[in-house]
Design a protein around this ligand. Structure first.
Ligand code: GH3
Ligand code: MG
Ligand code: MG
Length: 425
């Protein structure tokens, strides 16, 4: 199938669109990969920070357990009763417990049970702003040890067999990490808590640890901002690189396709349009002229005794004659005329908007130009050549083939009537 220039343009546009689509697809895939890598980093760093927080909660919990166990194993510890010091009123309800004792010197001591000791140490830690912990249960002896909503949920989870519970809580402008694990009833606990119906091994409550997490959340936010900015930066850079590649690729493609179009439409030796391309363009002019009833003429040119030139001066000299004549034709026609190498040493020119007289003028100019052209062969001998020209103007209802055939016939008439002349049909 013969392609016309319009088809070439469509092909070029389709190719450019394909390249752009391909690169855009590639860009999207790479973006997805980059974003998932960054998301993975973000997820990993966040879970590491959270894991660190949890580990801290567990460690504090263990420390409290050890302290509490030490106190419970000793059945509570007596501390010197100083003015303003709280005497645990709930211990007084437990039969057989001496809540306040006095030594021989009259110095008084009060009993601190694990819960109270824990609460007091917690208050110290809280005052220092580090962390807080609390022993609590669903049925505390002291209402001050009653669970808050987080602790209540955790205790209910422990009753169902849960091993630990954690949450982040927002209070005012502070974020708190809450951790809680169960506390199991041990033998020393029963001394005070047996009357509540606890048995050894029962979940007696739990210890909640509260740690300030604002700094950690801030760190997480910073990480998130840094990673998002990096991901955006990488995507923007990638976009720039791919746009650059796309632009230069499309430029090269256009250049290559222009070259292909040129190769496909031009005659290699003379640089004039080839027959196929010229016929397509003449076809367009023919339709226009027929539709608008405008004049269109064709000029058929044939070099006289060209075979002899080849024979006398060699094929290369013959080629040079073809090239020189092509240049003279190109110079001698109007910009919108269509000139082509029609065959071996035959040339065809279509002259839109030119009636026979105008075409005759152009043909005569070309004939003279050929006649006056002087070339020198490789051996220094001069080469002269002439052309025979036939012209025809489009008649109503006539096809291109018929029109060219009439111009051809006119050219043969020019040959038979002595060559180096112009004849019209
Ligand atoms: P006439 O005046 O009747 O046209 O005679 P002619 O010799 O020009 O015509 P003919 O058809 O006998 O010979 C044409 C020659 O053109 C034969 C062929 O070898 C030569 N020829 C065709 N193409 C090329 C080409 O590309 N280069 C060269 N050097 N010669 C060519
Ligand atoms: Mg010929
Ligand atoms: Mg010839």
């Amino acid at each position: 199938m013969i392609q016309n220039p319009g088809t070439w343009n469509i092909t070029l546009t389709a190719n450019v669109r394909f390249v752009r689509k391909y690169l855009a697809g590639m860009f999207l895939v790479i973006c997805l990969i980059i974003l998932s890598i960054f998301w993975g980093f973000h997820y990993k760093s966040t879970s590491l920070l959270k894991q660190q927080m949890l580990q801290q909660g567990r460690t504090f919990f263990q420390e409290v357990i050890l302290t509490r166990e030490w106190i419970a194993n000793h059945g509570g510890v007596y501390v010197r009763l100083t003015p303003g010091m709280e005497v645990n009123p709930y211990l007084e309800q437990i039969p057989g417990l001496k809540v306040v004792i006095e030594d021989r010197d009259g110095v008084k001591y009060t009993l601190k049970n694990p819960a109270l000791a824990t609460r007091e140490i917690s208050q110290m830690a809280d005052a220092k702003g580090s962390f807080r912990f609390k022993i609590t249960s669903l049925g505390p002896l002291n209402p001050d040890n009653a669970p808050d909503p987080f602790e209540r949920t955790a205790l209910e989870i422990f009753e169902g067999g849960g091993k630990e519970h954690l949450a982040y809580e927002k209070r005012d402008d502070e974020v708190l990490f809450r951790y809680m694990a169960p506390l199991f009833t041990q033998k020393p606990c029963l001394r005070c808590h047996e009357f509540q119906g606890y048995r050894e091994g029962d979940v007696r409550g739990g210890i909640s640890v509260t740690i300030g997490a604002t700094a950690m959340i801030g760190q997480m936010r910073q990480n998130q901002i840094f990673l998002s900015a990096s991901a955006l930066g990488v995507v923007a850079l990638l976009f720039g690189i791919i746009s650059f590649i796309s632009r230069s690729f499309v430029k090269d493609l256009k250049h290559a396709e222009d070259k292909i179009v040129e190769i496909a439409s031009k005659d290699f030796l003379t640089g004039l349009l080839n027959r196929r391309e010229a016929l397509l363009r003449i076809g367009e002019e023919h339709s226009r002229a027929s539709r608008l009833d405008r004049p269109l003429s064709v000029i058929m040119i044939d070099i006289d005794h060209f075979k002899k030139i080849n024979d006398a001066h060699g094929h290369a000299a013959g080629d040079e004659v073809l090239q020189v004549l092509s240049r003279r034709i190109q110079e001698g026609v109007r910009p919108f005329d269509i000139a082509c190498r029609y065959g071996g040493e035959e040339f065809l020119v279509a002259t839109p908007e030119a009636p026979l007289e105008v075409a005759h003028g152009i043909a005569e100019r070309l004939r003279r130009a050929a006649e006056e052209q002087l070339l020198t062969a490789g051996d220094g001998t001069p080469i002269r050549f002439t052309i025979s020209v036939g012209i025809a103007q489009l008649k109503g209802g006539e096809s291109i083939e018929q029109l060219i055939s009439r111009a051809d016939a006119a050219m043969y008439e020019a040959k038979s009537s002595g060559r180096n002349r112009v004849r019209s049909e």
